[in-house]
Ligand binder design. Structure first.
Ligand SMILES: [Zn+2]
Length: 316
């Protein structure tokens, strides 16, 4: 059993968040529309999730952390989604987010896009996750569906997860077109929440689609670094960066302010149906970019297996 710490977020009403996000996003995007809507059916394209929505007991789970990857990898840090769901007493949880792929199964390091309905008493688990690796053939980006080759529910080292009962219900819809500011879509929402809510931490997660434009992403190399990476510069020289194209489905988890759990404040991974995916940095086509997302505020944060020794690099 890993260590589990729990924290209750400040949970504003959806109506209040609509106003706050509308105001903040309009400083960074030319055309912004935020509203409360019924969650669209997420079993449909482009999401193709195993459940219909992101509603019901929304929670954020942060597992492990960058200190288990850098300066050198700690290969003892392997996890399982079904065990994580059990540890937070949430069997059957639908989990989305961003993390490190299960090297223990793949035999290589890669980016992970978890999409998992964990097991419950009456239903077996479903793994709809993706992973993105450096293509060994040509050094490009290679995204694959995890269940095509593997049957387990593992991941490794670190993950930022948004869990819910996977039900339909009311959510916040955000439409943003034409980026006029310096922040990426997720950073803009996070900083907006921090500015408005200050020392009352608000956490959010969900899913959004980049419908038009291109995006800068990174993918970790297949081999962990054998020499210690001790700065952002070292890390950026180790990572591989790509520009990939829409449509991309992105899975963000973000927290306005760290209430003292050594959190990664935002983490977003994306997948597609055209073989591209990775860790989202920002769009490279501000004039033509179009975002469409569905989000909910989380009620509770679970911090699992927090590193005892920490640092601040490699968090971008
Ligand atoms: Zn990442």
């Amino acid at each position: 059993m890993s260590s589990v710490e729990k924290f209750s977020f400040h949970v504003p009403s959806l109506e209040e968040l609509v106003g706050v996000l509308q105001n903040g996003l309009k400083n960074n995007f030319a055309d912004v529309q935020v509203s409360v809507v019924d969650c669209p059916d997420l079993t449909k394209e482009p999401y193709t999730y195993p459940v219909k929505g992101i509603c019901g007991k929304p929670r954020i789970i942060e597992v492990g952390g960058v200190p288990y990857l850098l300066p050198l990898v700690n290969k003892k840090k392997v996890y399982d989604m079904n065990i994580i769901a059990k540890e937070i007493e949430f069997p059957g949880a639908f989990i989305l987010g961003a993390g490190a792929a299960p090297f223990q199964t793949l035999g290589i390091n890669a980016e992970f896009m978890p999409v998992v309905q964990t097991k419950s008493d009456h239903k077996p688990a479903v793994n709809g996750s993706y992973y993105a690796q450096i293509n060994p053939e040509d050094g490009g980006c290679l995204l694959e569906k995890y269940s095509k080759k593997y049957n387990d529910f593992g991941f490794a080292l670190l993950a930022n997860l948004f869990a819910s009962e996977g039900q339909s219900g009311k959510v916040i819809e955000v439409k943003a077109k034409g980026r006029t500011g310096e922040y990426n879509f997720v950073t803009c929402m996070r900083k907006t929440l921090e500015k408005h809510y200050g020392d009352k931490p608000v956490g959010m997660g969900g899913t959004f689609v980049i419908q038009n434009g291109k995006v800068k992403v990174h993918i970790m190399p297949p081999e962990f670094s054998s020499c210690p990476l001790t700065s952002d510069e070292d890390v950026n020289n180790w990572l591989h960066f790509f520009e990939i194209k829409a449509p991309l489905v992105c899975q963000p988890v973000f927290v306005s302010r760290d209430p003292g759990f050594d959190l990664r404040l935002e983490h977003t991974h994306c997948f597609s149906h055209h073989g591209e995916g990775g860790h989202y940095h920002y769009d490279t086509t501000p004039d033509t970019v179009e975002y469409l997302g569905y989000f909910l505020p989380a009620e509770v944060l679970y911090r699992i297996d927090k590193p005892k020794e920490t640092h601040t690099f490699g968090r971008d």
